[in-house]
Design a binder for this molecule. Structure first.
Ligand SMILES: Cc1ncc(COP(=O)(O)O)c(C=O)c1O
Length: 298
């Protein structure tokens, strides 16, 4: 298993709704919408001493997801920033920290699907944990393609960063059964969408490609990589990519807040070389510039 219990997280303080609770008392009601229907939106944030990577982008995506799902009493960005600040200070966290920011539709007056049953506003959860990057980015990961498809906009818009993660969890289970690190998910047409928890890029010749964000989450790290390519005059294209194109790429890498940039060294048993010069260049550019994307909370 990739992630292990970190004893530094034994006595965490967690922000829920309007105040901090010790880890063993950090709970939401059984009437909360996240329990009832996975009815919540979320963001993963990474903390460096300089601040939080792409904080404004993450807050914008959280707000946009909540608006799309018609949440009411959505907290302001200032409130969310203050809750994050309180949580990090209470836990003494300034580095090697990952925050799971969740906004649920809140508590219902009785169990049921109808959002009109939610009459006490949305509920913000700030769960900060000491968590270094989850992958060993020097050795890379092995993945397997999954039979479980990502939703396209005809089913559930991938622009919403919601908690209905069952497709992705099923893909991860398939990867676990196969003894691989992640499940590669296709869209409903059979083109590559993303890994079960991160976006995908491939290098071919002097160009970097990534799937259109039709069926993948438009990841913030994905956006940073695309912007870095543009800034450094590296050709970057969104495209429909097939599995065969990935098997025969010069390099493939995954992107996400949890693991940052991770070489993919095997897909369905086909070896993918991790020594491509252009791929190494973009990995280095990201590593050396990530702290310039950090935004302080105050
Ligand atoms: C399904 C999925 N894809 C991709 C990502 C990577 O997105 P980001 O770069 O914003 O962390 C995530 C992260 O939450 C995710 O859940």
């Amino acid at each position: 298993m990739l992630q292990k219990f970190d004893s530094r997280n034994a006595d965490l303080k967690v922000f829920i709704k309007d105040r901090l609770y010790p880890r063993d008392q950090a709970k939401v009601s059984v009437f909360d919408s996240v329990v009832q229907g996975g009815d919540a939106v979320w963001e993963g944030l990474r903390v460096y001493p300089e601040g939080i990577v792409c904080l404004e982008h993450h807050l914008n995506r959280l707000m946009a997801s909540a608006k799309t799902l018609a949440f009411v009493d959505i907290p302001t960005k200032e409130f969310v920033k203050s809750a994050i600040d309180q949580t990090l200070k209470a836990n003494g966290m300034t580095d090697q920290t990952h925050i799971r920011l969740t906004l649920t539709r809140g508590e219902k007056i009785t169990s049921g699907m109808d959002p009109r049953l939610n009459q006490s506003g949305s509920c913000l959860i700030v769960l900060a944990e000491f968590k270094p990057l989850v992958y060993d980015n020097s050795s890379g990961i092995k993945v397997i393609s999954s039979s479980q498809r990502r939703n396209g906009p005809e089913f559930l818009d991938s622009k919403i960063h919601h908690n209905n993660l069952l497709n992705n969890i099923l893909a991860k289970i398939q990867a676990n059964v196969a003894g691989k690190d992640a499940g590669l998910m296709l869209d409903h047409r059979g083109f590559v969408a993303e890994l079960n928890g991160s976006n995908l890029f491939m290098v071919k010749g002097d160009t970097i490609y990534t799937p259109f964000a039709h069926a993948c989450l438009p990841g913030i790290t994905r956006g940073t990589v695309m912007a870095l390519c543009e800034r450094h005059q590296i050709a970057i294209k969104e495209a429909d990519l097939s599995l065969s194109e990935l098997y025969n790429a010069d390099g493939v890498f995954a992107t996400g807040t949890m693991g940052e940039l991770t070489p993919v060294i095997e897909i369905d048993g086909r070896e993918i070389f991790a020594d491509d010069a252009l791929m190494k260049r973009i990995l280095t550019l990201f590593k050396t510039s990530i702290r310039s994307y950090c935004e302080p909370l105050t």
